[in-house]
Design a protein around this ligand. Structure first.
Ligand SMILES: [Zn+2]
Length: 414
């Protein structure tokens, strides 16, 4: 981004997980997985993405039989190029596949040994794998259990010290194995929402992993970056000794506890470097000695050393006006993190890697709360006053611009 991964924007971001078109889905069904024969029935649940005509033939010249309202759920019987045969209001006809979106199927799979299962109702825990076997206890709804064994529709679990059997159909698979990869849904509102268990990275280039022992999702989280432990996610994914599930810089993943400390060791003194020197470094790969922590920020966010003095002055003025410190969401961001955002969010939300001032530590993002929004009192004050301290809100980010961002400020001092 110009600025940051904002979860609000992430919601609008084009997502790779958007359901495929009906044409693709239908094509995939043309060859039956079982028989290999072409022409197997392609029954598919879809939803109309617009008001569209039901026609007598798979052609725009086909007679209009009905108007299908946007949002209607339909079942596709067969397909022809660009057209899907559906039934609506008692009539069978053809609708343009371009306005039909596949509705994802219920993909719940049978639970297996080693899976983590979540109870979907309160369940009887039975001595044996049978509904007539003696009940040992009641397992609460929404508990998460490791499945020890499975047997004909039953799963063996341990609940509150008792081992027994529950009906597998009431267990929803939440993880395949401990320490697995978790994708956070985009509703998540902030890095740290509700999380207070805070650590700092103590290793330069601390790795954030997609899954324990899995491939690395984000490398080089710089030393002295704050991360928040998410125990709920650990429970969901299956906890692994020596690893914790964290959120940092708008992302999440697993980190080794050996790479984490309870305190930041970063200096809060500006040091001797000039902006020119920092800008001479590779974006997102600023040497640690050129980064300093913002002392009054509770996360001790890292920023380019030469930008700190003016940020401190800006904060002093802000505090005088509003009675509290400026809130900082993000400042320095590594190249690896920028790359990860680019892959995940694409060009509408993420800045092209290597181009954001965050990669030099010469930009800050304040939060996306109301007071920091275009209409908010903090933004208005910052917009009017920050330039006195060599921090600017650039014109391209103004309200109404396609790149509008209220929360991003750049350092233009020396
Ligand atoms: Zn920004």
């Amino acid at each position: 981004m110009l600025a940051t991964l904002s979860p609000a924007q992430a919601q609008q971001a084009p997502s790779a997980s958007v359901q495929g078109s009906v044409a693709q889905a239908a094509a995939a069904h043309l060859v039956s997985q079982h028989t290999g024969k072409i022409g197997a029935a392609a029954v598919k649940s879809v939803q109309a993405t617009a008001n569209l005509n039901l026609r007598s033939n798979p052609s725009t010249s086909g007679k209009k039989l009905a108007l299908i309202p946007k949002g209607t759920k339909l079942t596709v019987g067969s397909t022809k190029p660009g057209w899907s045969q559906v039934r609506y209001a008692g009539k069978t006809g053809w609708a343009s596949s371009a306005y039909l979106r596949a509705v994802p199927k219920n993909t719940s799979k049978a639970i297996k040994r080693g899976d983590l299962g979540k109870s979907t109702v309160a369940l009887k825990l039975r001595r044996q794998a049978s509904t007539t076997s003696k009940a040992l206890a009641t397992v609460p709804n929404a508990g998460i259990y490791t499945v020890n064994k499975v047997s004909a529709g039953f799963s063996q679990i341990t609940s509150r010290g008792k081992t027994g059997w529950v009906q597998s159909k009431y267990l929803k698979v939440v993880a395949k194995k401990p320490g697995r990869e978790i994708y956070i849904d985009k509703k998540y509102t902030s890095n740290r929402a509700g999380l207070t268990d805070r650590y700092w990275t103590k290793v330069s280039g601390s790795d954030l992993h997609e899954s324990v022992k899995g491939k690395i999702r984000i490398g080089d989280i710089p030393r002295n970056s704050v991360v928040y432990r998410d125990k709920k996610m650990e429970k969901t994914a299956g906890s692994v000794k020596g690893w914790i599930f964290v959120r940092t810089q708008g992302m999440s993943g697993w980190m080794k506890t050996s790479q984490l400390a309870r305190k930041s060791t970063a200096t809060t003194k500006p040091g001797k470097y000039s902006v020119k020197t920092v800008l001479g470094q590779k974006n997102g790969k600023i040497p640690e000695r050129m980064l300093v922590a913002i002392g009054w920020d509770k996360e001790k966010t890292l920023i380019a050393a030469p930008a700190l003095k003016d940020l401190n002055r800006l904060n002093t003025a802000f505090k005088k006006k509003f009675g509290h410190n400026l809130d900082i969401d993000l400042a320095y961001r590594t190249r690896a993190t920028q790359d990860a955002y680019w892959v995940e969010l694409g060009p509408y939300v993420a800045a092209r890697p290597g181009t954001s001032n965050h990669g030099w530590g010469t930009a800050i993002d304040v939060p996306e709360t109301y007071n920091y929004s275009f209409r908010g009192k903090y933004h208005k004050w910052l917009k009017a006053n920050s330039k006195k301290f060599n921090w600017v809100h650039r014109k391209i980010l103004e309200e109404g611009s396609p790149y509008a961002e209220a929360w991003h400020f750049d350092y233009v001092g020396k």
